[in-house]
Design a binder for this molecule. Structure first.
Ligand code: DGP
Length: 115
């Protein structure tokens, strides 16, 4: 498995460091963002390391990430009220952690200021 020793999300996704998990399967893990911007703010990450969406992510992993985002929304009870899925890739998007992740946000009316 392509896990990087110096990557915090690799460590969380593979339980080297434990976190507040919301969902997990063979390919991905979902855990609460440490700086939540909404009542639900969960990060969905692949267990293998990919820097961002432009890093040769296999289709099966991409599908697993989206499936997990939906599972998180269901578990959080926000499918009816609405939710947002965002992935920042690269500098202009403000990506801070260099391990591919989806933000799942909901539980309040979201404005356009969160990219
Ligand atoms: P981005 O800008 O898209 O790279 O967002 C990175 C997010 O990751 C940011 O909302 C804060 C969150 N984050 C960073 N380090 C940790 C961590 O160690 N644990 C958790 N739970 N969240 C983290």
């Amino acid at each position: 498995m392509a896990v990087h020793d110096d990557c915090i999300f690799c460590k969380i996704a593979n339980h080297v460091i434990e976190s507040d998990y919301v969902y997990e399967d063979d390919l991905v893990a979902a855990f609460r963002d440490m700086s939540p911007l909404a009542p639900t703010h969960v990060l969905v990450v692949p267990k293998d390391h990919y820097a961002d969406l432009d890093d040769g992510v296999p289709a099966q992993t991409a599908a697993a990430l989206l499936h997990a985002a939906e599972e998180v929304a269901k578990a959080e009870g926000i499918t009816k009220s609405g939710f947002r899925v965002v992935s920042n890739s690269g500098a202009d998007a403000g990506q801070a952690v260099g391990h591919l992740h989806l933000h799942v946000l909901g539980g309040r009316r979201l404005t356009d200021d969160f990219a």
